[in-house]
Write a protein that binds this ligand. Structure first.
Ligand SMILES: Nc1ncnc2c1ncn2[C@@H]1O[C@H](COP(=O)(O)OP(=O)(O)O)[C@@H](O)[C@H]1O
Ligand SMILES: [Mg+2]
Length: 499
């Protein structure tokens, strides 16, 4: 599966590509250095580029214009180490049987490689310090076993997203900010090989004939690969790191994403079983918010979650988690979100939670919401509450349901009670910008009423947005329902009503 023999297209080219493209590699050094010390990455991004191979004219402009003087000696040393690494790697490839290695555990492989590399180094009569030798071994192991130069980044918990834009450009998102890292792949072949390895783990393949692929890493991180010719400047690999410690409403309050009153309102909404859509752009915090909202579900409820890849972490004891499955190599065996949601209905759920509604399953979810599965929730990709409604309409139409538009809107307005909008503002902060109630229909139009809206008031001198969550003062139509659940006073407190 790994190495050159298992992956014919890209794998076969690898050792050769290593020899030719890798001679002046900047990669091993920064890749390893990035691991223990998260902070200096940005600085290194400026300090390192001069070690970039000069043979690659493409993407030159991506380099910072002014380069700090890099110590010529350490530069030469780095180049020498790279050369040694290339040679050792090539020798290793000659000597090792990758098929045999693949039968071993990663620890055994590491041990094996360790022994062989030490042997190769002494056979070649190379002079190498202990740290350098360990470095070479670690890099080679990462290449063979792991995800090559990005392996150290994956080990870091502070990184939310990892974006590879072709072999020479790797960005990370740390604390909501994009940073360019000094990490580079040897060449497109290495990058493609690593992508191949990732997607083959979920039984898929990515190549010129099927250049788009979604996958998941063993730790739950989500992966998307889009390869040339669709990605013009080399394969784009995007990894959304799986966060082990999910945020809570309390965290969102600390971050200023919500106000204390909005927090109370959201807790009430979740507890009294209102059907909720969470709307937002990519990375705006929809899944996080959905996860937070589920924290206030009664532990006695039977909940079924349907996701493309399991991200939600429900704390309740009675939860069944379902996950879709992409088709296999022959294009068979696909299980869609729609299949899952439909099946859910036969599983006696009390609530259905759909990680991301993006297709015809929208109709099934609405049906579920309309037929007694109150408190069902899902996220949807839209920029405001009104748009999320038209997205649902579109999804239903695309699903081939031949409903007159009025009937469809009646379905929607009958099913969805609340839309919560998550947004990522221009200063990169994430805010809940709307909590909107679906009130009913007026003629052919679905009526929405905003209960709470985030109002931007300006920016401070650092470009940080100043604003506040403003309540409209309208009385929600779910007032009676809150009363039924004994949460009337909590709702009044949230809305700052004297009740
Ligand atoms: N309110 C918030 N404040 C700060 N970071 C947040 C907030 N909401 C989400 N995040 C972080 O943003 C990233 C993307 O969130 P996620 O919920 O996966 O977005 P989406 O589902 O909309 O694509 C995650 O790393 C998450 O921890
Ligand atoms: Mg999401």
């Amino acid at each position: 599966m790994f190495g050159r023999r298992g992956t014919p297209q890209t794998g076969g080219a690898e050792p050769k590509a290593f020899g030719s493209g890798g001679t002046a590699q900047a990669k091993p050094q920064p890749a390893a250095k990035a691991e223990p010390a998260p902070a200096p990455v940005a600085k290194k991004a400026e300090a390192k580029p001069s070690t970039k191979p000069k043979s690659k004219p493409k993407k030159k402009e991506a380099q910072p214009a002014e380069e700090p003087v890099v110590d010529a000696k350490s530069k030469a040393e780095a180049a020498k180490l790279d050369e040694i690494k290339v040679n050792v790697f090539n020798d290793l490839m000659e000597a090792v049987d990758l098929a045999e290695l693949s039968a071993l555990t990663p620890e055994q492989v590491r041990e094996e490689i360790n022994d062989m590399v030490s042997e190769i180094i002494s056979m070649r009569g190379l002079v190498l310090g202990l740290t350098d030798q360990q470095q070479v071994i670690a890099d080679i192991c990462n290449d063979i076993l792991g995800l090559g130069p990005i392996e150290p980044l994956l080990a870091r918990d502070d990184i939310a997203d990892l974006m590879v834009n072709g072999p020479d450009v790797v960005y990370i998102e740390v604390d909501g900010k994009m940073e360019l890292t000094p990490i580079k792949f040897r060449d497109q072949a290495q990058l493609m090989n690593i992508c191949q390895r990732i997607v083959s783990a979920v039984g898929r393949r990515v190549d010129e004939s099927s250049p788009i692929c979604d996958a998941r890493l063993a730790d739950g991180s989500r992966v998307n690969v889009i390869a040339p010719p669709l990605a013009i400047d080399g394969t784009a690999l995007t990894i959304r790191k799986f966060k082990k410690d999910k945020l809570t409403l309390e965290n969102l309050l600390q971050f200023g994403s919500i106000s204390p009153e909005l927090k109370t309102l959201m807790e009430v909404v979740s507890h009294i079983r209102l059907n909720t859509l969470i709307s937002g752009g990519t990375g705006s915090g929809k899944t996080t918010l959905l996860n937070c909202m589920t924290g206030h579900i009664d532990p006695n409820e039977r909940i079924i979650t349907c996701e493309d890849s399991a991200e939600l972490q429900l704390q309740q004891p009675h939860v069944i988690r379902l996950e879709t499955r992409p088709p296999n190599l022959e294009g068979k065996g696909e299980v869609t979100m729609r299949d899952l949601v439909k099946n859910c209905l036969r599983m006696r759920p009390e609530r259905i939670i759909v990680g991301e509604v993006r297709g015809p399953e929208a109709f099934d979810l609405l049906q579920a919401m309309n037929t007694g599965h109150d408190g069902s929730m899902g996220t949807i990709h839209a920029n405001n509450p009104r748009e999320s409604i038209s997205r649902v309409e579109n999804m239903i139409m695309m699903g081939g349901y031949n409903l007159p538009s009025r009937a469809m809107r009646e379905q929607i307005s009958g099913a969805v009670n609340i839309i919560i909008q998550a947004s990522r503002l221009r200063d990169s902060s994430r805010k809940i910008t709307h909590l909107t109630e679906v009130v009913g229909m007026e003629g052919d139009i679905i009526t929405l009423q905003d209960l709470c809206v985030y109002e931007i008031e300006g920016e401070d001198s650092n470009g940080k947005i100043i604003g506040r969550h403003k309540f409209s003062g309208l009385r929600p139509t779910f007032w009676e329902k809150a009363k039924y659940y004994g949460l009337e006073s909590k709702l009044a407190e949230a809305l700052q009503f004297s009740s």
